[in-house]
Ligand binder design. Structure first.
Ligand code: A3P
Length: 863
C-alpha cells in the first residue's frame, strides 16, 4: 500500500488555532495589561491611532499592504421584489407556457432578416439564437423571399427583422406575401427599431396607429407584470438608475392592440413640439410618466402579432425579452425550458502554488457557502477534482486546509484526475499512464474518497467558464476591473450562461476559493440575480445522473461529430504529429443515386490532378462515411481512404458517395469536417430516377422488387408490408430535391454548390466537365474532348482508350428496361409536382437555369 505508508504518518490533523490562548504566556500578558492606569491607556490609544493613520495613509495604495488587510468581497446583490410584498404580488406565480394549437403546423425555426452579412445587431440576434440552440435561417433583406411553406407546413415559426424599416419599406408584392403567410400560419414578427441619436417625437410608424419618440434617455426599467410574453423573465423587480445610452426609442398608442412589455421613466422631460403657431405653450411629457421601450401588438389592427423593441441589446434584459418574445410568437414551439441544472467543479482541489491555496478559514467558508447555496439550489454540493501528488504541498495553514477538506470529504462530490495532473494525451507510454491512474486510485482509497467519486465512462459534458481562472484571485486585480466581473454577474456573460444552457457545468480552481474567494462571490451573486429576474428553477445533480440528463435533453449529442483537428489550435496540439490534415477531400460528389454519379466519378478520375479515394471492400468506389454506421469508425478510418498529398505534385482529393444527397445528418456532419469543401449534385427528372432505382434493385435480385410492379411500389401505403414501404421510400424520397438541397444550403453557401443537369451530362459530358473544372478552379485544364467519345453500341459517352477503342461503364449503368407505364408516370408527375415547383423556385433564386426535364415535368404535372 503505497499511500498507507507514505501519506498516513505525515498527514497533519486539523488543530484549532486558538489553543495558544490557554498557555501560560498568554496569562502573564493579560495580568500586565490589567495593571495599566487609565491615563496610560489613553496615551497608548492616541499614539496607536496617529501611527496607524500615518502608516495607512502612506501605504494604503501599496499593494503588498493592501494584500495584508484584504477582506474577501461579500455577494451584495439585493432583490427588492423578494422583500417587498407589494412588488412580489405583481409578479406572475406560474410562468406562461405559450403553447397553442397553432404550433402544430410550424417548423421550429426562426427566419431572421439581417441588413447585411456583417451588420452588428443582426449578428447579436443570430448569436443569441445559436447560444439558445434555436434553429434559424438568416436572410439578407433583398428582392426575393425564401420559401415560406413546405407542403402545408410553415417553415418558420417566428420572423425577426433586424431593422423594422426594412419590413415597412418592403416591395408591395413581398410584403403582401409575407403578411399573408403570417396571417395564415399565425406567425408573429419581431422588429427592432434601430437606436437613434436624433431627437424626434410623435413619429408615426408607417401604416400603424403607433407613435414613437426617438433619441430618449431613460431610467428605472421595469416589466409589465400583466404581459403574456413573460416566461423566463420574471416581473416585479426594477433596474434602478440610468439605462445605457440616450438613443432609446419609446412607443405610444391609443389603439387597444398595443400593450407595454418593458417600461421606464424618462431621465429628462420630453418637450413636445406644437404644430399650432398661435400658441406659445410648450408641452412636456413629464419625467414621472412611464414610457414604453418594448411593446406588444396583439394583431387587433391588421391580424398579425408583433413585438417591437425600441433599442438593441445595449441593455441586458432585452436579450431575455427577445427569447420570451420568440417563445410567445412561436406558440411555445421555440420555448426554452425553465429547469436549469448547475454543477460547480473545483477542478484541481490540491493543485496550486504555495501561498495561493486554500487555508483552513477558506475551507470553512467554502463549506458555509455550500450550505448557503443549498438553500437556493436543493442538495447543492461542490464537485472536487483531485490529483493526489499535490496534496500537502502548501504552507502549514494551507496543508491544514487540505486536511480539513478531506475531513469533510463526505460533504462534497469528488472526481479523479491523473495522479500528477498530466493530461492523458501527453503520455506516450501506456504503462506510465496506467500507473498514474492507479496511484490516484490508491490516494482515493486511503482518504475514503472512492465511495464519493464519480467516474464518467465516455460521457464528456461541455463545461462553461465563469470568468475566473487560476490566476484571477484578487478582486482589485481582476482583468478589466471589478465592474467587469460585476457586469458579467448582473445580466452579463455569467448570467446568460444560466439562460442559454439548461445544464451548466462550471469550471473553477482552488485558488478561486482561497485569496479573495472570488468564486464564492461570483456564484452566490449570480444565483441570487437569476432567482430575482427570472422564473428559472435551479437544480443540481451529481456528474453521472447529470450526464444522463444531458443526453436525454440532447440525444443527438451522444453521437460524435468529427471536425478537422487542424482548424482548432488546441485540437491540433493533441493531434498526432504523424497525421496530416491534408488527407481530406476538397470536394464531394453527393449524388443522388441513379443520376449519372458513376459516370461523373469516372470522368473526374481521368483528370491528372484529381484523385479519388481508395476503394472500400464493402462499398467499392464509395466510402459512405457521413451517412450510416461508417461514421462511428472515426476520422482516422476515413482519412486512411485518402493518399497523403505530395508537395511535388499537387492533387485535388475528392469523394463520391451518391447516398449523401438525401442523408438527414450528412450536410451537418460533412460541414463539421469539411466546411470549405465544394459540393457537386446531379439532378435528373425525379420520375426517371425513381424508375431507374426500381430496376437497379430488381437487377440486384431484391425479392420485394421482383415480386411487385413499379406501380405497386410507388403507391404503397401505410397498410402495405414494411419491406414494400421501405422500397417505396428509397425509390421516392431522394427525388424531393428542393428539400434536400435546402438542407445542404443551410450549412454550405450557394457558391460552394454546383448543380449538374444529369441529362446534359449524358448528352454533352465535355461541356459539363469544362464547367466543373471552372467551378473547382482546377489546374491544369484537361481537354475532355480528346478523352470522351460517344459509343453508339453503349448509347453513352465512354472513355477513349485508343484511337479505335473506348472503355464504357459496366452493364449496371445504362441498363435497358421497358418504358414506364403511363399510370405510374401520371401518378409520379402529380406526386412530385409540389417538390418540382419548390425546386424551380430554388433554382431561380440560385440564378440557375431551369433544366428542360423540369420544365416538362412541371408542364405535364398539372394534367
Ligand atoms: P440507367 O442505368 O437507369 O440508365 P448512377 O451512376 O448515379 O447510379 O446513375 C446511373 C445512370 O447514369 C444510368 O441510369 C444512366 O442513365 C446514367 N448515365 C449518365 N451518363 C452515363 C454514361 N456515360 N454511361 C452510362 N450511364 C450513364
Amino acid at each position: 500500500m503505497l499511500f498507507e505508508s507514505i501519506l498516513r504518518p505525515e498527514r497533519r490533523k486539523y488543530k484549532p488555532l486558538t489553543t495558544w490562548k490557554n498557555g501560560s504566556k498568554a496569562s502573564t500578558k493579560w495580568i500586565r495589561i490589567k495593571s495599566l492606569s487609565i491615563k496610560q491607556w489613553l496615551f497608548i490609544s492616541v499614539v496607536f491611532s496617529i501611527t496607524s493613520f500615518i502608516i495607512f495613509s502612506h501605504f494604503l495604495s501599496n499593494s503588498s499592504l493592501h494584500g495584508l488587510i484584504r477582506i474577501p468581497p461579500k455577494p451584495k446583490f439585493k432583490c427588492y421584489s423578494n422583500e417587498d410584498p407589494l412588488r412580489a404580488s405583481l409578479r406572475r406565480i406560474t410562468p406562461n407556457t405559450h403553447v397553442s394549437k397553432f404550433q402544430l403546423r410550424l417548423d421550429p425555426k426562426v427566419l431572421v432578416f439581417v441588413e447585411t452579412q456583417y451588420s452588428k445587431l443582426g449578428k447579436q440576434i443570430t448569436e443569441i439564437l445559436e447560444s439558445s440552440r434555436i434553429k434559424f435561417k438568416a436572410e439578407i433583406v433583398g428582392k426575393s423571399l425564401p420559401l415560406l411553406t413546405n407542403l402545408e407546413r410553415g417553415r418558420f415559426a417566428v420572423i425577426i427583422f433586424e431593422n423594422l424599416n426594412k419590413y415597412l419599406n418592403m416591395n408591395k408584392w413581398n410584403r403582401e406575401l409575407l403578411d399573408k403567410y403570417c396571417r395564415e400560419y399565425s406567425v408573429g414578427i419581431i422588429g427592432m427599431i434601430q437606436p437613434n441619436d436624433e431627437k424626434r417625437n410623435g413619429v408615426q410608424l408607417r401604416g400603424f396607429p403607433l407613435q414613437m419618440d426617438t433619441g430618449v434617455a431613460i431610467r428605472d426599467f421595469r416589466l409589465n407584470p400583466l404581459s403574456p410574453i413573460l416566461r423566463v423573465t420574471r416581473a416585479g423587480e426594477v433596474q434602478f438608475g440610468n439605462l445605457p445610452g440616450d438613443d432609446w426609442v419609446v412607443f405610444y398608442s391609443n389603439h387597444t392592440s398595443y400593450q407595454p412589455l418593458g417600461q421606464a421613466y424618462l431621465q429628462r422631460p420630453i418637450e413636445l413640439y406644437s404644430n399650432d403657431v398661435n400658441t406659445n405653450e410648450t408641452n412636456f411629457i413629464p419625467k414621472k410618466k412611464l414610457v414604453t421601450t418594448v411593446i406588444q401588438d396583439h394583431g387587433l389592427y391588421d391580424g398579425i402579432q408583433r413585438i417591437l423593441f425600441g433599442n438593441g441589446f445595449t441593455f441586458w434584459i432585452n436579450k431575455l425579452l427577445l427569447l420570451d418574445s420568440i417563445s410567445f410568437l412561436s406558440h411555445g414551439k421555440l420555448s426554452l425550458p425553465l429547469q436549469r441544472y448547475i454543477l460547480i467543479d473545483i477542478d484541481d482541489i490540491f493543485v496550486g502554488e504555495k501561498g495561493t491555496r486554500m487555508k483552513r478559514s477558506d475551507v470553512l467558508e467554502l463549506l458555509d457557502s455550500q450550505r448557503r447555496l443549498s438553500l437556493l439550489i436543493p442538495g447543492f454540493r461542490f464537485n472536487l477534482g483531485f490529483s493526489g501528488k499535490y496534496y500537502h504541498k502548501g504552507y502549514a495553514d494551507e496543508d491544514y486546509g487540505d486536511d480539513l477538506l478531506l475531513d469533510n470529504a463526505d460533504k462534497f462530490w469528488w472526481f479523479c484526475h491523473m495522479y500528477s495532473h498530466t493530461q492523458p494525451h501527453l503520455y506516450d507510454n501506456i504503462t506510465i499512464l496506467e500507473n498514474e491512474m492507479k496511484m490516484n486510485h490508491e490516494f482515493a482509497q486511503v482518504f475514503n474518497l472512492l465511495p464519493l467519486c464519480y467516474v464518467l465512462d465516455s460521457a464528456v459534458l461541455p463545461r462553461q467558464t465563469c470568468g475566473l481562472y487560476t490566476h484571477t484571485i484578487f478582486l482589485d486585480k481582476y482583468p478589466g476591473g471589478r465592474h467587469k466581473l460585476d457586469n458579467s454577474i448582473h445580466g452579463g456573460e455569467l448570467f446568460y450562461s444560466f439562460i442559454f444552457n439548461p445544464i451548466n457545468v462550471f469550471m473553477t480552481h482552488l485558488s478561486n476559493y482561497g485569496n479573495d474567494r472570488l468564486a464564492i462571490y461570483a456564484f452566490e451573486s449570480v444565483i441570487k440575480f437569476v432567482q430575482c429576474w427570472t422564473n428559472l428553477q435551479l437544480y443540481t445533480l451529481p456528474p453521472l445522473p447529470l450526464a444522463t440528463k444531458y443526453f436525454q435533453l440532447y440525444p443527438e449529442e451522444s453521437d460524435p461529430i468529427w471536425m478537422n483537428p487542424c482548424n482548432d489550435k488546441r485540437h491540433h496540439s493533441i493531434w498526432s504529429s504523424t497525421k496530416s490534415c491534408d488527407q481530406l477531400p476538397k470536394f464531394l460528389v453527393i449524388g443522388p443515386q441513379k443520376t449519372g454519379s458513376t459516370a461523373l466519378y469516372t470522368f473526374l478520375s481521368m483528370h491528372p490532378t484529381i484523385v479519388s479515394n481508395y476503394p472500400s471492400p464493402e462499398t467499392f468506389e464509395e466510402i459512405q462515411f457521413f451517412n450510416g454506421k461508417n461514421y462511428y469508425k472515426g476520422l482516422d478510418w476515413y482519412m486512411n481512404f485518402f493518399p497523403v498529398p505530395k508537395n511535388s505534385s499537387p492533387s485535388y482529393l475528392f469523394e463520391k458517395s451518391a447516398t449523401y444527397f438525401d442523408g438527414e445528418l450528412v450536410p451537418m456532419r460533412a460541414h463539421a469536417l469539411l466546411p470549405t469543401a465544394k459540393l457537386v449534385a446531379i439532378l435528373v427528372s425525379p420520375i426517371k430516377r425513381a424508375y431507374s432505382w426500381y430496376h437497379h434493385t430488381r437487377a440486384h435480385k431484391s425479392s420485394i422488387a421482383l415480386n411487385f410492379s413499379f406501380f405497386d411500389v410507388i403507391t404503397a401505403n401505410e397498410k402495405s408490408p414494411k419491406l414494400l414501404r421501405e422500397l417505396r421510400n428509397r425509390c421516392l424520397n431522394p427525388g424531393t430535391y428542393a428539400q434536400h438541397l435546402e438542407r445542404w444550403l443551410s450549412y454550405y453557401s450557394p457558391q460552394q454548390l454546383m448543380i449538374i443537369d444529369g441529362e446534359e451530362l449524358k448528352a454533352n459530358p465535355v461541356l459539363v466537365m469544362n464547367k466543373l473544372q471552372n467551378f473547382l478552379k482546377i489546374e491544369p485544364y484537361f481537354d475532355y474532348k480528346l478523352h470522351l467519345r460517344f459509343d453508339p453500341k453503349k448509347g453513352f459517352f465512354c472513355q477513349v482508350i485508343h484511337m479505335n477503342s473506348t472503355k464504357c461503364l459496366g452493364r449496371s449503368k445504362g441498363r435497358v428496361y421497358p418504358p414506364m407505364d403511363s399510370t405510374a408516370h401520371k401518378f409520379l408527375r402529380s406526386f412530385y409536382l409540389p417538390h418540382n415547383i419548390a425546386l424551380s423556385k430554388l433554382l431561380t433564386k440560385l440564378h440557375h437555369p431551369i433544366p428542360s426535364w423540369l420544365e416538362d415535368d412541371l408542364s405535364t404535372g398539372y394534367t
